[in-house]
Every structure is written in structure tokens, then in C-alpha cells.
Design a protein around this ligand. Structure first.
Ligand code: ZN
Length: 208
């Protein structure tokens, strides 16, 4: 089986953090989910995906840091494409006027992107989440939908600009108490990473 290489990045930036609710910022939560994917736990996983990404905040060089923070999305995509990875994933959180809106949602553009989204959906449905103590205390994120960019009716630059099959992984709603509280916990973030990693491995097994 080919080892799958994944370009991954949290949506938005420090200066433009995306959706904000109850003092929390979308970019910060997306970053907390994404960062550990570059840590030893995932690096040492022999069968798991290899993550490459756009991580200006992990760079020690301050000049580079300042430069990248102000870099336009277009340049950011150029870097993402330069990795020549198999697939690309961007982590986001949804927001809605209704505080009831909740759940995980994946947006795709291409046919291969859809296949990747389906692999993650499949993993989500089979993941034994009920064993987790957290999920008995809070409502676990439910599955919301798997939707194409066309059906959604929004122009998503990330999906348009990536050369490889790509998805936007909306980990939950920042505006929903259960989703937000779940995604703010270490174990909630870990569950999201596991779903991603397993879904990506499933895609590699089937399509690479
Ligand atoms: Zn977003």
C-alpha cells in the first residue's frame, strides 16, 4: 500500500481567524486539532498518513513568521501545491445563526475529493465513539452532511486552487455549545484526528 501524503492546514489565519463565538476563534480551534498531526504520535505511525503543511507558527525564524502571516491565500496555495501530496485537507469550524445547528460536514469539489470524503464519512460511522467517556457526558458531534461545493453554492478558494483531490473538513459548529465544548477538549480533538487519519488510510488502501 502506498503511504498517503496529505497537505493539511487549519482554515483562516491568526489575523483573520474566521468565525468567532463566545470568545473562541475558529482558526485557534482548527489549529489545536491540526498541530498534533505533526507530532511524534503520528510521525511514528508506520501505516498512517504523512502530513505536510503550512505551519508558519511552528517556524522559529521570526521574519518568516511575520512574512507568512501576511501572505495572501494565493501564495499559501502555491506552497500547498508545491508539496505534491496525494490529497489536501483544510480544517474548519462551521457557524450558523441557529445555535442548534451542529455536526461534522465535509465539502468536496472533484470526484476524487468526494471519494475521500466518503472514506472519512465511513470511518465516522464505524468509529466506536460510545466507549469514550466524553461522549456520554456531552452529545457527540453528529454527522451533518457530505456536500459538493456546487450544491453548497459557495465559492471555496481552497477547493478550487488545490491541484490534488481536496476536502474541507468542518469539524463542528463553533456556535453550538455541544460541538464547541467537545472540540475544545483534548479527547474531542483526538477523536477528530482519529477519524481523519483512519479515513485517509482507508482512501489510500482503496485508491492509491
Ligand atoms: Zn472557516
Amino acid at each position: 500500500m502506498t503511504k498517503i501524503m496529505v497537505s493539511i492546514s487549519p482554515g483562516h489565519s491568526d489575523n483573520h481567524p474566521g468565525a468567532c463565538a463566545y470568545g473562541y476563534r475558529e482558526h485557534d480551534i482548527a489549529r489545536s486539532i491540526t498541530n498534533p498531526l505533526f507530532g511524534t504520535k503520528y510521525l511514528n505511525n508506520p501505516d498512517g498518513p504523512v502530513f505536510v503543511g503550512w505551519f508558519p507558527w511552528l517556524q522559529e525564524d521570526k521574519l518568516w513568521l511575520e512574512k507568512t502571516y501576511t501572505t495572501q491565500l494565493r501564495d499559501r496555495m502555491r506552497v500547498m501545491n508545491s508539496f505534491r501530496s496525494h490529497v489536501a485537507v483544510e480544517i474548519h469550524l462551521n457557524a450558523a445563526n441557529s445555535v442548534q445547528a451542529n455536526g461534522l460536514e465535509i465539502i468536496y469539489l472533484s470526484t476524487k475529493g468526494k471519494k475521500l470524503a466518503e472514506c472519512i464519512q465511513e470511518t465516522f460511522s464505524t468509529e466506536p465513539q460510545t466507549n469514550n467517556e466524553l461522549t456520554t457526558k456531552h452529545l457527540l458531534l453528529s454527522w451533518r452532511r457530505l456536500i459538493s461545493m456546487a450544491t453548497l453554492g459557495r465559492y471555496l478558494y481552497f477547493l478550487k486552487a488545490t491541484k490534488m483531490p481536496a476536502i474541507i473538513f468542518e469539524a463542528g459548529f463553533i456556535t453550538n455549545d455541544n460541538d464547541r465544548n467537545f472540540l475544545l477538549t483534548e479527547s474531542g480533538q483526538d477523536i477528530m484526528r482519529n477519524i481523519l487519519v483512519k479515513g485517509l488510510s482507508l482512501y489510500a488502501e482503496r485508491y492509491l
